[in-house]
Design a protein around this ligand. Structure first.
Ligand SMILES: [Zn+2]
Length: 572
């Protein structure tokens, strides 16, 4: 009733307006019906100029027009018009480096994130021991020994609380694991076991494995851990999607291991209408070229909508992490003068593998933390300059990527731009690592670490991500880190190496448009523009003007995905 009278009134007003403004009459009559209108907002379009609009017209899954409220209302009509009440709208966030299924699964494991001391970590493991039967594996992740005094924990600590369950716990960076005696014995690790290539079984003074396994050594245990069941993986994906939804993440570029087993799960959710992110899945760089091509062919046979589910880069690892002192450095760590990290392969091996895969037209994404690893990858990419891919769209270029690009030798920044290599970075890493990064790197190298501003000033594309579950999936935390270089409690005042701070506009662009570029989709998404996919976030606060600490208190008011409103914040 009320609706009808409002409608009648609108018609009367429209009619009198049409009489009063005769020249507009014909256009008013031709107003095009669309599925959704957003009006009276502050729309950050994420284009290169930082344009702001007020209103968006959406038909189906695409944006058809962007403009002022007056322009959009004059040209379009919809059964659903949402008054944004001046709220900020941006494109949906694109997490350009994530481990989506592992992240979802981490929500089901023993969570050691934020354990302030060894006793707290042990208590969390003990709690899980009480919930499961003897003999069942206890898996967890997120521990970090640096606030516990820096010493590695040992198998004995876990044996005390879990004598009858094998325990296997990944460090926060996922590159070092902590196991108890039962887990080591199930994996057959004894004092006679040699260190595998690219890894280390840390031993005590008597040569006895102490329960800490670095890099590939963790694989000795993980291969005897039973695989998660299909039902468990489905639950993990559901949890990951719920997490993405509450943060306004509408696109992910994900490395799920094993990746090819992940795609049927995503496909199942897509068919059921439950896949509320666009998925760019990575394959494993280390697999043989034949296997990679076979996987591509099998994937292509399903003819999925490429803007909902696609295979993009090949993900490889050149080194480990700074936290575990396994990143490959040009010079030893400042706090460990006999150690310069562990490259996962020789430069010759790496270059050969890069060239072979580039020849087949594959985009390559290499995890590089240390300056030596970054240089190895750049050298390998340089060797592809004369490679003509056998297939693939060569006009787009290869867009090879270095993931993390954490410590880069000053002379190598210009090589990123010269070789058109993408630097895929995670701002929250900097504010997590700053406590000890300076000890590891020393005062000189730290100046070119986590250097996203320097990268951008060289014209390098810098998509942002989180590496979830290494860091929270929360993109607002990433935006805050990018613009402040401060931990969430505001330390240090002025920011850690504040020269590397960037504007909030650039940070949002890196989280949206640059992410789309990194997966070859900049013509499809990442900006609020006519023709683009309609993935939008309406924010509770105006990120462009609030104090940085308020960025941390911001959340989505509403999320539009594929042209539909899929999330609305509960009014408190
Ligand atoms: Zn990662």
């Amino acid at each position: 009733m009320r609706l009808r009278s409002t409608l009648a009134l609108t018609l009367v007003l429209a009619f009198s307006a049409a009489l009063a403004l005769a020249p507009f009459r014909s256009s008013a009559q031709r107003r095009r019906g669309v599925s959704l209108l957003l009006v009276n907002g502050k729309v950050f379009t994420s284009d290169a100029r930082g344009s702001i609009a007020e209103a968006v017209a959406i038909e189906g899954e695409r944006i058809v027009a962007v403009g002022t409220t007056r322009e959009i209302e004059a040209a379009y009509t919809s059964a659903r018009t949402i008054d944004l009440k001046s709220k900020l709208v941006t494109p949906g966030f694109n997490d350009a480096h994530i481990h989506f299924l592992q992240g979802g699964r981490s929500l089901m494991l023993v969570n050691l994130n934020g354990a302030r001391n060894l006793a707290e970590a042990k208590a969390r493991v003990a709690a899980r021991v009480g919930e499961v039967r003897p003999g069942a594996w206890i898996l967890g992740r997120g521990w970090d020994q640096t606030p516990w005094g820096g010493e590695w924990p040992s198998k004995k600590d876990l044996d005390e609380v879990a004598p009858a369950n094998p325990v296997f716990l990944q460090r926060v960076d996922g590159h070092t694991t902590w196991a108890n005696s039962l887990a080591l014995s199930k994996a057959g690790i004894t004092r006679a076991t040699r260190d595998p290539q690219g890894g280390e079984i840390v031993r005590d003074a008597n040569g006895e494995p102490m329960g800490i396994l670095k890099e590939t050594a963790g694989g000795l245990v993980s291969r005897v851990v039973p695989d998660p069941t299909r039902a468990e993986m489905s639950e993990a994906l559901g949890r990951a999607l719920a997490e993405a939804l509450r943060y306004g993440v509408t696109s992910i570029q994900t490395n799920d291991v094993p990746s090819i087993d992940a795609t049927p799960l995503y496909r199942e959710f897509l068919k059921a209408g439950k896949l509320t992110v666009r998925v760019a899945e990575w394959q494993q760089f280390n697999n043989s070229v034949e296997d990679i091509k076979r996987e591509r062919a099998e994937f292509a046979a399903f003819k999925d909508d490429p803007f909902r589910l696609r295979l993009t880069a090949l993900k490889g690892y050149v080194d480990g992490t700074l936290g575990s002192r396994t990143s490959a450095m040009l010079a030893p760590f400042s706090d460990d003068p006999h150690n310069s990290g562990i490259p996962r392969m020789t430069p010759e091996q790496l270059t050969r593998m890069i060239v072979e895969r580039a020849q087949e037209g594959f985009q390559i994404a290499l995890h590089c933390i240390g300056d030596r690893a970054n240089r190895m990858a750049l050298d390998g990419f340089e060797a592809t300059l004369n490679v003509r891919p056998a297939h693939g769209d060569t006009n787009l270029g290869m867009r090879h990527r270095i993931e993390h690009a954490q410590v880069v030798a000053p002379s190598d920044f210009k090589r990123f731009s010269g070789l058109e290599v993408i630097a895929s970075m995670q701002p929250s890493h900097a504010i997590s690592d700053k406590r000890w990064a300076e000890d590891r790197l020393g005062e000189y190298r730290v100046m070119s670490a986590y250097a996203w501003h320097t990268m951008m000033s060289h014209g390098v594309h810098v998509p942002f991500g989180t590496d979830w579950p290494v860091e929270p999936m929360n993109p607002y935390l990433g935006l805050y880190a990018a613009v402040t270089r401060q931990s969430t409690d505001g330390q240090p005042p002025g920011g850690w190496w504040p020269e590397e701070r960037i504007s909030i506009e650039d940070a949002i662009r890196n989280y949206t448009a640059e992410g789309a570029y990194a997966s070859f989709e900049e013509k499809e998404k990442g900006q609020v523009a006519a023709g683009m996919l309609a993935d939008l976030v309406v924010h509770t606060k105006d990120l462009l003007i609030v104090e940085p600490k308020e960025i941390l208190q911001t959340e989505p008011e509403m999320v539009v995905f594929d042209g539909r409103v899929i999330y609305e914040r509960q009014k408190k």
